[in-house]
Design a protein. Structure first.
Lengths: 538, 277
């Protein structure tokens, strides 16, 4: 790893602008150094580098260095302008005006203008982007009174807080002059993106690597970005990934990309930082989903009994190396604006679980015999150790209360069609990600009306009109305090009806060499633009 | 005692093989006795080293399962798969090989083209395809392993039949009016079998390895205690708790070695040329 140029910048003020945040507040502040190549390991690739049509951390971790959103979150988790400088909203929540940053150019030299925002919002976010199609369904038009103003007009009230918290994920702007008049889904720029970000797309070799290089004309100036180049390497074998990190070929493994045993081992190695910091905005739940089409699981007492049978404390401690905590409901504890502390709803109590099943009419035919005539079919989500090991743990735990579970392992496409299109499962594990506001990608797991086959939505036949009402009321409530209260109703229903058991809450784990500085200083850092990241000499 | 049995008992390799095989058989038969719990159940805290807990002789894997119990119950699965897959492969191979070798001509041509079609696809790839299409239940996997392994015994039997079908005793039987089926199964097959029996032990060893390889890739039946399943699960903790993969690995090694040694012993005993020396 050679440092070609080193440019020592004046510390202090430059860093404050760069948003060093609390990470650098401890001890003397080192001055950022220019140059160097940051190599990042990724477990898989999605073959789409356009975050305006595909919302996924797997897209952001690469593309958000090249393509920027209107708004991101700062160190405190508050919205901060990126391509939007400032914003204001009308009292009725129907109009939101974004004043765009001036003097920003696309990587191909053309100026960034309001028309780009209009095109991205109306053609991509509203029509194609997953989660965006729900969030922006009442977006009527984006008006552009001048080149640097975009006015969003909604037909139903849109809370400003919701919009601003959604935009970091669902608000990436792509160039209209590249996409207009083409088929957006097949535009070649989807794998060779043109953006306004601190890094310029260089080369993408499927299955091997993606390279982006420093944008010398980046609008933030001040010597940013500091890195010369970023290389993302796709290393799917987790043992090889940790070896690459330890040999210094890779400096950063985001999103829990290593085996938990290796993460635990590296956490004791002084050369690496192992932490969930900088990933608070990407909190996820490992869940157990129950298909209500199965007669036994249609009874809420049975669903609750199954939840009581899981000793989740044991699971977290021994299967997840302690890198998680008990889930309390669909809104995770990391979501300060919406979370109200509550206890884990289904504490481990095997005797109670057995009693509940007895009372529901599913007694064991004889001692030690199984309660249901047919075993429950469990499809483990193939998203790594959390969901696969959780499936085994469910199988082991439910057997103890007389419920036999048969696991049917499938690859990712087979799993998605089996669960979300064919509904051919009784139980499944899953990994549900929370994105700053419940209305972005959380309530969709509980509301009816998702098209059949849409992954990560309510596909287990759960249908409660009270739930639909609670979700709709909260989504259009403009008063922030009242909105928070509305969501407690949503949480209560979700926990009581428990079609999805939000069993375990965890942030993603980042493992990175201590040389990587200016990093993990915002709540969704791995998905942010890395404009202020830099590498200390090896 | 027949000379073949005596010859087998003189072969040290064969004796060692039988001893190891009995060991595996004992583990399989005594599994319910010593380890009455479901081998997939949670036996204790995951990743306890062997010897750390007197109740768990070989420790626990990363899913908290008792490794000792898993190994014993896994012996049943491996033996079952090995046995059934071998019966399928050798049965199918013998039948097709016998017909092709006995009749020759266009029958032979047709059957051999089919055999070659199977042989051109690598066995394991074909197995992956079969499992992907028909699912990963134990029965499917066992039969699939048998189906991908029938070509080698088939070729072997065909070659034996081609050399035996013109021998005097076959011609004599034919002259006495014995029908084709009688010639194939009563006259030629018993004399063609020795090399097939030797080869069957290899097929059995390969079948066990194939199931393990499938399980290692996470494609075997996850609801059974199979050694390969445990190796696959243990891969993620290989750098720190290597014993999780190593112990079932040794079990596979011992079993496969046992069958190979028995095969060698049988070869020593049944090969007339070696006997003469």
């Amino acid at each position: 790893m050679q440092t070609t140029r080193r440019q020592v910048l004046v510390a202090g003020s430059a860093l404050a602008v760069a948003g060093g945040g609390p990470a650098l507040a401890q001890g003397p502040v080192p001055a950022p150094q220019r140059g160097g190549t940051l190599t990042v390991q990724l477990t898989s690739e999605q073959r789409v580098l356009n975050p305006a049509i595909q919302a996924s951390t797997g897209v952001y971790v690469m593309a958000s260095k090249i393509v920027e959103p209107l708004v991101d979150l700062d160190a405190q988790g508050e919205p901060v302008g990126v391509l939007a400088e400032r914003w204001d909203g009308s009292a009725d929540g129907l109009t939101h005006t974004f004043h765009l940053r001036r003097g920003v150019n696309w990587h191909d030299g053309k100026p960034f203008v309001a028309r780009d925002v209009q095109f991205s919002a109306m053609e991509c976010w509203k029509k194609i982007l997953n989660y965006g199609t729900t969030l922006y369904q009442f977006l009527e038009a984006v008006e552009t009174p001048d080149e640097h103003t975009a006015v969003f007009r909604f037909s139903k009230p849109m809370p400003q807080g919701l919009l601003l918290r959604a935009l970091p994920d669902l608000g990436h702007v792509i160039p209209a002059h590249v996409y207009a008049g083409t088929d957006i889904r097949t535009n070649p720029a989807n794998t060779a993106p043109i953006g306004t970000g601190p890094f310029v797309f260089k080369q993408y070799e499927r299955g091997q690597y993606l390279i982006a290089e420093r944008n010398p004309n980046y609008w933030r100036g001040n010597g940013q970005p500091y890195l010369d180049r970023i290389v993302w390497r796709f290393i799917s074998d987790r043992a090889a990934a940790s070896a690459a990190l330890e040999s210094g070929q890779v400096q950063f493994s985001p999103y829990s990309g290593l085996a938990l045993s290796d993460i635990s081992r590296l956490s004791k190695d002084a050369r690496y930082t192992v932490s969930t910091r900088g990933n608070e905005g990407n909190t996820a739940h490992t869940v157990m989903e129950m298909n209500l089409r199965r007669a036994e699981l249609a009874k809420v007492e049975v669903r609750r009994a199954l939840c009581h049978a899981l000793d989740l404390g044991f699971f977290i401690e021994n299967f997840l190396y302690g890198y998680a905590k008990l889930g309390t409901g669909p809104i995770p504890s990391s979501s300060a604006p919406f979370y109200v502390p509550r206890a884990a709803p289904y504490p481990f109590d095997r005797a109670k679980a057995e009693r509940m099943l007895d009372d529901a009419g599913y007694k064991r035919p004889s001692r030690g015999a199984m309660r249901f005539a047919q075993p429950l079919k469990l499809l483990p989500a193939p998203w790594g150790e959390y969901t696969v090991n959780f499936a085994t743990f469910i199988q082991q735990s439910l057997r103890e209360i007389g419920v036999r579970v048969e696991i049917e392992a499938r690859d990712a496409p087979g799993f998605l069609t089996g669960v979300y299109r064919d509904h051919n499962f009784d139980l499944t594990t899953g990994w549900h990600q929370y994105r700053n506001d419940p209305a972005v990608s959380t309530t969709v797991w509980f509301r009816t009306g998702s098209p059949v086959g849409a992954p990560w939505t309510n596909q287990y036949g759960y249908d409660n009109p009270a739930m639909d009402r609670a979700i709709d009321v909260a989504a259009t409530e403009l008063n922030a305090m009242k909105r928070k209260a509305d969501y407690q109703e949503f949480v209560k229903l979700a926990v009581d009806d428990v079609p999805v058991h939000c069993a375990v809450e965890h942030a993603f784990i980042s493992v990175y060499a201590k040389r990587l500085m200016g990093s993990h200083n915002t709540p969704r850092w791995s998905s942010s633009s890395w404009h202020d990241a830099w590498l200390a000499p090896a | 005692m027949s000379p073949a049995v005596r010859a087998f008992l003189r072969s040290p390799a064969g004796l060692l093989g039988v001893a190891l095989m009995l060991l595996v058989l004992f583990a399989a038969l005594s599994a319910d006795w010593f380890f009455p719990r479901d081998p997939l159940s949670l036996a204790g805290r995951p990743l306890q080293w062997p010897g750390q807990n007197p109740r768990l002789l070989l420790g626990t894997d990363n899913l908290g399962r008792d490794i000792a119990g898993f190994i014993c119950h896994g012996a049943r699965v491996s033996l079952l798969i090995g046995l059934v897959a071998t019966v399928v492969a050798v049965g199918l191979g013998t039948l097709i090989g016998a017909i092709a070798g006995f009749y020759g001509g266009w029958v032979d041509d047709a059957l051999m083209r089919v055999t070659e079609a199977f042989q051109t696809v690598p066995n394991f790839i074909l197995l992956l395809v079969l499992v992907a299409v028909f699912g990963s239940e134990l029965e499917v996997i066992t039969i699939a392993i048998g189906v991908v392994g029938w070509t080698a015994p088939c070729r072997l039997v065909r070659a034996e039949f081609m050399s035996l079908r013109t021998r005097e005793y076959v011609l004599a039987a034919r002259g006495l009016g014995v029908r084709d089926a009688g010639l194939i199964f009563r006259e030629i097959l018993p004399n063609a079998l020795p090399p097939v029996i030797v080869y069957a032990s290899v097929v059995m060893a390969v079948a066990i390895l194939m199931e393990s390889a499938l399980a290692f890739l996470g494609l075997s039946d996850p609801n059974i205690a199979s050694w390969g399943n445990m190796i696959g699960a243990g891969r993620s903790v290989l750098r720190t708790e290597w014993y999780v993969s190593a112990i079932p690995g040794v079990a596979i090694l011992v079993t496969v070695l046992a069958f190979s040694l028995v095969g060698q012993g049988l070869n020593d005993a049944l090969n007339p040329r070696l006997q003469a020396v």
